[in-house]
Design a protein around this ligand. Sequence first.
Ligand code: KIV
Ligand code: NA
Length: 264
Amino acid sequence: PVRRITAPQIAARKGGDPIVALTSYHAHTAAIVDRHAEVILVGDSLGMVMHGMESTVGVPLDLMLVHGRAVVRGTKRAMVVVDMPFGTYEESPAVAFRNAATILKETQCGAVKLEGGARMAETIRFLTERGIPVMAHIGLTPQSTLTMGGFRTQGRDEETWPQHIADARAVAEAGAFSLVVEGVVEPLAAEITKAVDIPTIGIGASAACDGQILVLEDMLGLNPKPPKFVKVYGSMADQIEAAVKSYADDVKTRAFPSEDEVYR
Ligand code: KIV
Ligand code: NA
């Protein structure tokens, strides 16, 4: 059996070859991603992508466990990181530990991810000192869209940069092994990446980061309205539409099932 990529191995990639990361929520797609990515994130974006929710705020822990298990079962090489959903870690380090431990034990993933900078540093330290690798997430943090008033690109105003850089430093110092930087202007992403000795993994944060992550369904062309920062590499929506239509036509004309698909 191939040993999985570990949190220290990802941490050691600072400033080296870019880290390839993608989300996956599902065994068959994860198996494909596993052949090309070093980190697979079971993101709480699954609430929107898989379950039609308006935001990630309503995602329950159980759903992360279900999809986390599916992705771990479907993969053997990449490090699987599971998002801690809203409401499972903000209250206290002890609550965060309990829920992170549940995620680790129930899914057998390699790390958890949580959103927030300096305000989460104490919790990140509590978890990492007790054996739970933590990926941090700063910049645009989707679990805070209610207080932020929507999905807003961060760092357009240079006066906000010191706070973002302080957030990055705080989570790195607290022991996070890597840091997702989401939805920030390029020069801020570059400053953040320079400010910390752990790899930054960007999404909508330019090539200045030490790695990149995208939501798999976005880059495959399944999202009818992908954000600006997504490069669409596939045309899955069109392919699924065409295949489903062909099937429907075949059923109606009795072209399916044909000789090949019939038991004799
Ligand atoms: O939930 C998610 O998919 C994420 C990534 C976009 C970083 O947090
Ligand atoms: Na997320």
